[in-house]
Design a protein around this ligand. Structure first.
Ligand code: PLP
Length: 393
């Protein structure tokens, strides 16, 4: 039996839901993403259920689909934006600027001024240069300071580029009032798809240390921003959202006691990831030599069509075929003429050997960081299309 194709479909979707998606997908040209809105709503409710005192700022970059944003506006979400383009987009869909945080620490002065003119009053920072720009272009705004984390334990680490050492942050906190700004809170991001819940513990302690240090100088910080990092369900299992919630709550209580500060979370992947199913077609199956143990399978989607998080094989997507029978160890690649467009070579996916050119595969957990990453017509292939499945319509 070991040689037989196995895939636990019901871990990712109910048979009824899958049948619905298959029917919806049947007449459409691949590749494309199907976004299951209901799932995004469920993931939002699940997170708020386990962290009821927290305010959700959805990280727009994970999936900026219009209907996804509309749903989240309806559910009362706030938004973490990274550019004036995301800002305009979110405002155009009716979110008010007091529900928007400018979370990118890398900003042009004119973009800060633009966000301010649109009513944004909450900005992230991690450097003196950026803080001065905010002071000049968004006077009186609240600022929160991002501390450096090392990203260990995360499948998609965000270390090094963002955040500063606590000593530097302490200096910036004291500097903010001199620049006419309100030092408001501390933020961090423990790395995306973070498997080690303990990473929040250390970061929260650093927040508390900075709260205390600032208080000694008469500055009362009010907010802790726990960032993203909550997982989606790829191949290797993670702990449940509820355990993330209960552990993080425990860490907060250990440091802050009963008087919790205002708490913000910025989920992207964990809200959108599980809601996406990417439908792809096998373009070609080949073998490099007669004796070669592995076959190469080229799909009509690859790194440039939305699966860039397969870089270093960091994110391992569950890939499903409806065929059964004996398996073949397979190297998976995309359709473009760039030789880096290989999805998995070290990790050999075991797929049915009966698969042939033209068969469809379903790639689960592709709702986050796929469409927004897909390239503009590299080799002429259009950016990844998405259809939203909304049962209520
Ligand atoms: C990308 C990003 C997030 C979202 O992270 P996920 O791990 O996808 O939840 C949150 N906050 C900031 C500042 C980000 O850049």
């Amino acid at each position: 039996m070991e040689n037989q194709y196995q895939f636990d479909l019901e871990r990712y979707i109910t048979p009824e839901r899958f049948a619905r998606i298959k029917e919806f997908a049947a007449d459409k040209e691949t590749p494309f993403l199907v976004i299951d809105l209901e799932k995004i709503g469920q993931k939002y409710d699940e997170l708020i259920g386990t962290l009821p005192f927290a305010k959700i700022y959805y990280a727009v970059k994970a999936n900026p689909n219009e209907e996804v944003i509309r749903l989240l506006i309806e559910k009362g979400s706030s938004f973490d934006i990274a550019s004036v383009y995301e800002l305009d987009f979110i405002l155009s869909l009716g979110a008010s600027p007091d529900r928007i945080s400018y979370g990118n620490t890398i900003k042009k002065a004119k973009d800060i001024a633009y966000a301010y003119s649109k009513g944004v009053r909450l900005f992230a920072t991690d450097s003196e240069g950026d803080l001065e720009k905010i002071g000049k272009n968004a006077p009186g705004s609240k600022v929160f300071f991002r501390i450096l984390t090392d990203g260990s334990g995360a499948d998609w680490p965000l270390s090094r580029k963002f955040g500063a050492h606590p000593d530097t942050i302490y200096y910036l906190i004291l500097r903010a009032p001199e620049l006419g700004l309100k030092p408001y809170g501390i933020s961090f991001h423990v790395g995306s798809q973070q498997r080690d819940i303990g990473q929040w513990d250390h970061a929260i302690s650093t927040c508390k240390y900075l709260f205390d240090s600032a208080a000694k100088e008469g500055i009362q910080l009010q907010m802790v921003n726990l960032g993203g990092g909550f997982p989606a369900d790829y191949i290797s299992p993670t702990q449940k959202t509820s355990l993330y919630g209960s552990e993080i709550t425990r860490f907060l209580r250990e440091d802050f006691g009963d008087n919790l500060p205002e708490v913000i979370v910025e989920p992207g992947r964990s809200l959108a990831g599980d809601a996406g199913i990417l439908v792809t077609e096998i373009v070609l199956i080949s073998r490099k030599s007669e004796a070669n143990q592995y076959s190469w399978m080229y799909l009509d989607v690859g790194k440039f069509g939305g699966l860039i998080e397969t870089l270093d094989e960091s994110i391992k997507y569950p890939i499903y075929s409806e065929k059964t029978g004996p398996v073949q160890e397979t190297i998976l690649a995309g359709p473009t003429c760039d030789s880096m467009d290989i999805l998995y070579e070290n990790e050999k996916y075991k797929l049915p050997e009966s698969l042939v050119d033209g068969d469809r595969l379903y790639i689960f957990t592709t709702g986050a960081y796929t469409q927004s990453y897909s390239s503009i017509c590299f080799n002429g292939f259009p950016p990844l299309r998405a259809y939203v499945l909304d049962e209520e319509k």
